[in-house]
Every structure is written in C-alpha cells, then in structure tokens.
Design a protein around this ligand. Sequence first.
Ligand SMILES: NC(=O)c1ccc[n+]([C@@H]2O[C@H](COP(=O)([O-])OP(=O)(O)OC[C@H]3O[C@@H](n4cnc5c(N)ncnc54)[C@H](O)[C@@H]3O)[C@@H](O)[C@H]2O)c1
Length: 251
Amino acid sequence: MFDFKGKTAVVTGGAQGIGRAVCESFGEAGAAVAYMDNDPEAIAERDLAFREIGYACLSYAGDVGEEGDVRKFYDAVLKQYGSVDFLVNNAAIAKAGFDGSISAFEHILRINLTGAYICAHVFAPALNEGGSIVNMSSIRALQSEKYTEAYSASKGGILSLTHALSISLGPKIRVNAISPGWIEVTEYQKESGRKPFRVTEADKIQHPVGRVGEPSDIANMCLYLCSDMASFITGQNFIVDGGMTKKMVFV
Ligand SMILES: NC(=O)c1ccc[n+]([C@@H]2O[C@H](COP(=O)([O-])OP(=O)(O)OC[C@H]3O[C@@H](n4cnc5c(N)ncnc54)[C@H](O)[C@@H]3O)[C@@H](O)[C@H]2O)c1
C-alpha cells in the first residue's frame, strides 16, 4: 500500500512490541530502517530476524533518555544513510518500579517524554524536506486508572510536545501523535520475555470493533502519517483503539 523506497525511517524502541511492527512495516514498504533500543537481547534476536527477511536495518543499543546515546545513534544513522525522512518516537516504559517516589515519577518522564524531545532535537536537523515525526502517546493521556500518574503525565506531555514541535518544525516537517488503545504485543516480545496471555470474550466485546488491537494496527497509522497522503495533517493526535474509549460504561 505504501512505497517508501529511497526513504529512511528511524524508530526508537524498535526491537519489540509496536516499534518492531513499525520497523517491519517500513521495511516491507521499501524504506531503510534504523532503530534504537536498550535491550541487547531483544536487539540480537530482531537483527537476526531482519537479516533473514532481507531488510536494510541498522540497530543501536542505547537509552533514549541519555542525550549522549542518542547523539551516537544519530552519528551511526547519518554515516550509514546520509539523511533521515521519518522519526518515530515509540520507546517508553509503563511502570519501571512505580513506588510513588518522586524519583520513579521523574524516571518515567525522562524516558517517555524527555526521551522523545531529545530524539526530535537531535534528529530534526537531518530530516529531509517533507519529513515526518510520529510520537507514540496513549489513550492514558486522556483517561486513567488508579496509580498511573507518571505514565499518564508522560503521555499527556507527548500530546503537547507534538503540537509544539509541529509549529517549530513546520512547514518543512510534519509532527503528529498516535494514541494506541489496548494493543496485544505478546507475540512481538523477545522470546524470553513472552508471557502466556489469553484475550477473553469480555475483553473483545469491550471494543466496538470486536477485538483487541494488534501492533500492525498502529504501524498502519504510523506509515499513513508519514506518507504524502497525510501532507495536510500536522500537530494532531489520532486515537487508534477499536472504539474502546467511545463506549459508555454504566456500573
Ligand atoms: N501496547 C499497548 O497496549 C500500548 C497502548 C498505548 C500506548 N502504547 C505505547 O506504544 C509504545 C510501544 O509500546 P509497546 O507496548 O510496544 O512496548 P514494549 O515494552 O513491548 O516495547 C517497547 C520497546 O522499547 C524499548 N525501550 C524501553 N525503554 C527504552 C529506552 N529507555 N531506550 C530505548 N529503548 C527503550 C524496550 O526494550 C522495547 O523493545 C510506547 O510508547 C507505549 O507507551 C502501547
């Protein structure tokens, strides 16, 4: 459906989960892909799989919350590909030992929000005219369960960062956010990290579309937002949740 031959896509958190699906989709669409992840075991597994499929893919082990790591990743990407067309800020942590401490709160913000800013800041100068940044938010930016303050705040921050960047980087670069709902990523984890998980009928009917999400549901939106078909769209947030947040719940 999409043709990204001659384009380069940079993805954070690309070794597993939604990020892995985004890398695969860009690869299938002909783009050269570079991803950064902080899990060496998952990277080794993914690199082997990408090589077998035959995608042009550069991987880098590093932390998006560390400017030095992102700058080294940037140097490696520029050395290999020369320039960049798309940046997908996907890496994030959900809990990371949530214990109510201030340091735990700051750690989650550092990875999920500051990390996206660092990547945008470092990569923006290398983005080609017509390039695109996609930031991964969450429906938790807009509604909450108990004790999710840090994650929710980080994802709310992503929405504001998105519209701010769209103003600063336009018209050369478009910047949008995706807010995924429930995306079942078990099969996209490294083998040692896969936990058996069964989606129940109740889980399915909670969604107006009758199923939980798959990583490809988010990858599809990501590629659309990077394509010329979305050339009039910037600064926006797209909820991709199978309609779950539109369903009224009476208890
Ligand atoms: N899966 C869902 O249901 C869901 C729902 C809403 C939003 N999201 C968002 O989508 C994105 C991907 O989520 P996922 O479920 O695929 O997560 P995941 O945990 O399956 O994958 C995240 C990847 O990011 C990497 N990573 C974590 N911290 C990093 C760091 N500091 N530096 C570099 N890499 C790092 C991990 O090693 C992993 O490979 C996240 O931004 C998440 O908040 C996911």
